[in-house]
Design a protein around this ligand. Structure first.
Ligand code: NAD
Length: 341
């Protein structure tokens, strides 16, 4: 048996455009010497087709073994009886941090100097919408309830992750985003715990605090003023899409879900059923997710090479997909990226 220095990782192609963009990503990584040894598993509708359930045990076991996954988009049917697989994965592997870097890529964008990283708490807050205890009908008059909760432990863990990242990556500032003026307990506690953690980083990295609504406006008006942001689940969900909008949309936005023992990387966009199977899907966000994964396992040079090749291709509009204003397809843009590598 040949000795391999490749890194074991789980690959979940996913639904809709997932298999197409996965093909493009594996082709590009193959071209780079393929740092990963993939264990291909299914989830989502593809999981149902393959094994009868949206999150097969084989997929869970694989991630338990590799602790590392690249995951394509998964279709969540609208309506009852089907909890989002993404939420299930977060709970299963305690993926407490959703990390979304956003950087200007296109030169014709509205902003030229956006470079921010959002740390979104991924397990709590107003987001855990399982029907029953957390979300329920209150009375027959049409009142419904949704319960949000934050814990001190998670508030501290996500804040520490953001500050550690800031220090490790030479970032200048961490902004703590909250709504403590209204949600005095839920958001107030988060703010207090985050302030406590911030004090531990005195002299290492600056920090400020912002109320989420004002923060949204400031991100649009003065995006340069943001560096690392740390916030609760729902606010992070909204602000990170807003951030993606500042640099031209979801087509290039990757995300990492980081836990104590596992990390799952993905494109931020969904399964795009409207263009699935047409070779129109832009694989760049998924490629950038693979880049984050390379960075995560310490292959920073490879990560930078890949990033540069993707950015160069997008800026040159070389064989790019329709969403980037081109007439190319999923594989032609992948080929343009390979040429740059
Ligand atoms: P979507 O991101 O799939 O699509 C929104 C629009 O963006 C569509 O017009 C689509 O064609 C376009 N688009 C998305 N990705 C693209 C790409 N790579 N290249 C070119 N165009 C792209 O969002 P949606 O339509 O709201 O959701 C579709 C499905 O995806 C739903 O079932 C949803 O639950 C799921 N979803 C999954 C994830 C995930 O797995 N992380 C994230 C978001 C949505």
């Amino acid at each position: 048996v040949p000795v391999t220095s490749k890194i074991q990782a789980t690959l979940i192609p996913g639904d809709g455009i997932g298999p197409e963009i996965t093909k493009a990503v594996t082709a590009v990584l193959d071209h780079m010497g393929q740092p990963f040894e993939w264990d291909v598993q299914q989830a989502g509708m593809a999981g149902i087709d393959a094994e009868g359930v949206p999150l097969p045990q084989n997929t869970i076991d694989s991630i338990r073994r590799t602790n590392l996954a690249l995951k394509g988009p998964l279709t969540t049917p609208v309506g009852g009886g089907f909890t989002s697989i993404n939420l299930q994965l977060r709970q299963e592997f305690e993926l407490f941090a959703n990390v979304r870097p956003t950087k200007t890529i296109k030169t014709d964008g509205r902003y030229d100097n956006v470079d921010m990283v959002i740390f979104r708490e991924n397990l709590e807050g107003y987001y855990i919408a399982d029907e029953g205890y957390i979300e329920h009908n209150g009375d027959p008059e049409g009142k419904v309830y949704s319960t949000g909760y934050n814990t001190k432990e998670e508030a501290r863990r996500i804040t520490r992750a953001a500050f550690d990242y800031a220090v490790a990556n030479g970032r200048k500032k961490v902004s703590i985003v909250h709504k403590a003026n209204i949600l005095k307990l839920l958001s107030g506690m988060f703010l207090e715990e985050a302030r406590e953690i911030a004090k531990e980083y005195e002299g290492k990295v600056a920090w400020d605090e912002r109320i989420v609504d004002a923060c949204a406006m400031q991100m649009v008006m003065y995006p340069d003023d943001f560096d690392v942001i740390v916030t609760t689940n729902l606010f992070g969900d909204i602000l990170s899409d807003l951030a993606a909008g500042l640099v031209g949309g979801l087509g290039l936005a990757p995300g990492a879900n980081i836990g104590k023992d596992a990390a799952i990387f993905e494109a931020v966009h969904g399964s795009a059923p409207d263009i699935a199977g047409q070779q129109k899907a832009n694989p760049c966000a998924f490629l950038m997710a693979a880049g984050l994964m390379l960075e995560h396992v310490g292959k920073t040079d490879d990560a930078e090479r890949l990033r540069k090749a993707v950015i160069g291709t997008v800026q040159a509009k070389d064989r790019v997909t329709p969403d980037l204003g081109g007439t190319g397809n999923t594989m032609s843009i992948a080929e343009a990226i390979m040429d740059r590598l």
